[in-house]
Design a protein. Structure first.
Lengths: 441, 123
């Protein structure tokens, strides 16, 4: 290969021309091609050298940068959308978020937070969170709570009250946690605020229902105790009088027979009266009582009631009745009678002396006042006086169902009246009933 | 003749129990409350006491406790007669040393059975 190449170098242009023939022409042309090919190959070889490598690296690097840039742009876009998502989550969370600085001043609040406080965001940011709490007690509690959260660095709960701008009060549950920065130093206090007013309301209703159920249970117990005792006493009379009647019938002792027949009759009446009280209560509670008013003379009406009550009076006991003002009144006779009979019966039962009974008709109302000098009602028990089945401790063995006054109060209220009493133990009790006149004004 | 003291605040029951016992041939003394009953027990030293529990002034349990603590009345058999159905109260009465407990309303036979049993035990 070296020889032809060296020979070609030594040939002058003339020489080339002198030897030129068709064959030679063809031969020359082939070498050139080879040489060019070789050169091209050499260039290709050279292209594999240093300078084109750097260029290539640069190209690659450029490509890499472009790709990196694209990735960065994509990441940035993802970050932006992610940040937006989180901002939206923060902003539109159904829970109120407040970011507080170390002094408890609001740095940031979400939409729900502003709704909870009922004020614009601009009126919240920069103000201490506690200014929105309901009163000093809650503010102090929150202050102590905030300090303890800062010290323990754990999520803490606090139930408190928010006073909104419109002065309504919200019950809220605060969940507080310290958020730290990269250096693990206090960044802000996150105060998650949850409106628990509905829960509180339901809790109240449950408590109320529970209390009601306890009252019912308590009342049931009292009813059983009362019914047991009150029923058993007249029943014991009925049964023992029946036994005696059997024996007297055999002995034919008529006066004894009459006594025990009367005794049985009275005991049955007592039991019926107890059952009537239950019935009255049931009728009143189910709203079945119909008011039927008529016009009548009150003093005459009261004197008839006193006559009916007389058998109940103890020896030496009397009713001192007096009426003041107009005589005629328009009211439901049965209801007024029930009220007066019950109050007079109580006065008979719980005292031994004179009962002062006063009625008065003024231009706008009817006043019934019944006073006794009896055992009175202990002060601490007075609040329960109108409760069903309630009987004060000092009634001892005086019989009663604990329903009478409850029924009286219901009747009084049915005709829009009021009932009040004053009482002192061992001094006596005064009941005052006031009923508005139906044709007054 | 055996004497039985009946302590009961309800007039009808007091009289009926007394009548039932008298018809059986007992001598009956009555008292209308615990305090009067206690005085009668000390005064008459009855062979048996039939006593209500819930009474004004002094209740049946207190009457029994007082009598048990007095030498001369401590052995008198005691029957409680009451409208109460509370087991606690029944137990309390028996723990105090009552011989029997009769619940109102009671049958004539039931009362007589217990009266006989107490008086026979006493003998």
């Amino acid at each position: 290969m070296n020889q032809p190449r060296g020979g070609l170098r030594n040939i002058s242009p003339e020489g080339q021309k002198m030897k030129t023939s068709d064959f030679d022409k063809k031969s020359f042309s082939g070498l050139r091609k080879k040489a060019e090919e070789k050169l091209r190959l050499e260039k290709r070889e050279q292209a594999k050298g240093s300078t084109p490598d750097i260029e290539h690296e640069l190209n690659v690097y450029e490509m890499e940068l472009k790709m990196q840039n694209e990735e960065l742009l994509q990441a940035q876009s993802k970050l932006k959308s992610s940040l937006k998502e989180y901002e939206e989550l923060f902003e539109y969370s159904p829970t109120g978020y407040f970011l507080l600085d170390k002094h408890g001043v609001v740095e940031k609040v979400n939409a729900r937070g502003t709704t909870l406080l009922g004020v614009e965001r601009s009126q919240i940011v920069g103000k201490p969170f506690s200014t929105f709490l309901n009163g000093e007690e809650h503010q102090d509690n929150f202050y102590r709570h905030r300090i303890s959260v800062g010290e323990s660095q754990e999520l803490h709960h606090l139930e408190t009250e928010i006073r909104r701008k419109d002065n309504t009060v919200l019950y809220v549950l605060l969940k507080n946690a310290v958020v730290k920065d990269e250096d693990l130093k206090f960044k802000h206090l996150l105060t998650i605020t949850i409106d628990i007013s509905d829960i509180r309301e339901h809790e109240k209703q449950i408590e109320l229902a529970l209390r009601h159920s306890r009252e019912l249970s308590d009342m049931k117990s009292r009813f059983i105790t009362m019914a047991s005792h009150e029923f058993r006493t007249p029943l014991a009379t009925v049964l023992s009088s029946t036994s005696l009647l059997e024996q007297y019938t055999l002995a034919k002792t008529d006066d004894k027979i009459d006594k025990h027949i009367n005794r049985i009759r009275t005991s049955v009446k007592d039991l019926t009266a107890i059952l009537d009280e239950f019935l009255s209560l049931e009728t009143l509670e189910s709203g079945k009582v119909q008011i039927s008013r008529s016009t009548f003379s009150l003093p005459e009406f009261c004197n008839r009631i006193i006559d009916e009550i007389k058998p109940q009076l103890k020896s030496g006991q009397r009713v001192n009745y007096r009426h003041v003002g107009d005589k005629e009144i328009t009211e439901d006779k049965k209801i007024v009678q029930h009220i007066i009979v019950n109050l007079l019966s109580n006065a008979c039962k719980y005292s031994n002396e004179e009962i002062v009974f006063l009625t008065e008709i003024t231009w706008d109302k009817l006043i019934i006042r019944i006073s006794d000098h009896g055992i009175g009602i202990p002060l601490e028990e007075q609040k329960n006086l109108f409760s069903r089945f309630f009987r004060a401790r000092n009634v001892a063995t005086i019989q009663g169902t604990g329903l009478g006054l409850n029924i009286v109060k219901r009747y009084v209220e049915l005709i829009n009246g009021t009932i009040k009493f004053t009482s002192r133990v061992n001094e006596g009790t005064t009941f005052v009933v006031e009923i508005p006149r139906i044709n007054a004004g | 003749m055996k004497t039985i003291l009946v302590i009961e605040d309800n007039l009808e029951i007091r009289e009926n129990v007394a009548e039932l016992l008298e018809l059986k041939g007992y001598n009956v003394v009555v008292a209308n409350n615990g305090r009067v009953g206690l005085e009668a027990a000390i005064k008459h030293r009855p062979d048996l006491i039939v006593c209500d529990i819930l009474m004004p002034e002094l209740n049946g349990h207190d009457v029994l406790i007082t009598l048990k603590n007095r030498g001369e009345t401590s052995t008198i058999p005691f029957i409680f007669l009451t409208a109460s159905v509370e087991k606690k109260e029944i137990k309390q009465g028996l723990d105090l040393g009552a011989a029997a407990y009769i619940r109102k309303p009671f049958e004539d036979d039931e009362l007589m059975q217990e009266v006989d049993r107490c008086l026979n035990n006493d003998n």
